[in-house]
Design a protein around this ligand. Structure first.
Ligand code: DAT
Ligand code: MG
Length: 141
C-alpha cells in the first residue's frame, strides 16, 4: 500500500473537472483518504514547488498555482504513486499519452490540470504540506 498527493490545479477547478479527475483515480482502484479545497498564496505555492526554484518557469508556475482554488487529495493503493503519474500523463499535454488526464483535459504545459507526487519521499513531504495525519481516513468506512 502506498500513498500519494494529487492536486486538481486551478484550470481544472475552473472548468468543473474536479469530479472527472477524482473519478479517473477511483476507477483505477485508488481510494481517496483525504480531500480538501483551498487557495494557495504565492508564498505557499513557492514553498510547495521549492524543488523548481531557479527554473525559468518558477514565477509563472507559482503565480498560476496561486491564481485560484485547487483541490488537494491523498490517494491510497498499490503502486499509488506510479499509477497516478500514469493516469495523469506527461507534463506537456501535447506529449501526454492518449487517454490520460493531461492529454484529454490539459490546456498547455503550465495549465495541465493535475499534479501527482513523483517519488515516495516527495509523496510524504507533499501529503504533509496539505494534510495532518488526523485528516486522513483509512481502513473500515
Ligand atoms: P510534473 O507536474 O509532470 O511533475 P514538473 O515537476 O517537471 O512536472 O513541473 C512542475 C510543473 O511546472 C508542471 O506540472 C508544469 C510546470 N512546468 C514544468 N516545466 C515547464 C515549462 N518548461 N514551462 C512552463 N511550465 C512548466
Ligand atoms: Mg513534478
Amino acid at each position: 500500500m502506498e500513498r500519494t498527493l494529487s492536486l486538481v490545479k486551478p484550470d481544472g477547478v475552473k472548468r468543473n473537472l474536479v469530479g472527472e479527475v477524482i473519478s479517473r483515480f477511483e476507477k483505477a482502484g485508488l481510494k481517496v483518504i483525504g480531500l480538501k479545497m483551498l487557495r494557495l498564496t504565492k508564498t505557499q505555492a513557492e514553498a510547495f514547488y521549492a524543488v523548481h526554484k531557479g527554473r525559468p518557469f518558477f514565477d509563472e508556475l507559482t503565480t498560476y498555482m496561486s491564481s485560484g482554488p485547487i483541490v488537494a487529495m491523498v490517494l491510497e493503493g498499490e503502486d499509488a504513486i506510479a499509477k497516478v503519474r500514469e493516469i495523469m500523463g506527461a507534463t506537456d499535454p501535447k506529449e501526454a499519452a492518449p487517454g490520460t488526464i493531461r492529454a484529454d483535459l490539459g490546456l498547455n504545459k503550465g495549465e495541465n490540470t493535475v499534479h501527482g507526487s513523483d517519488s515516495p519521499e516527495n509523496a510524504v513531504k507533499e501529503i504533509a504540506f496539505f494534510f495532518s495525519e488526523n485528516e486522513l481516513i483509512e481502513g473500515e468506512r
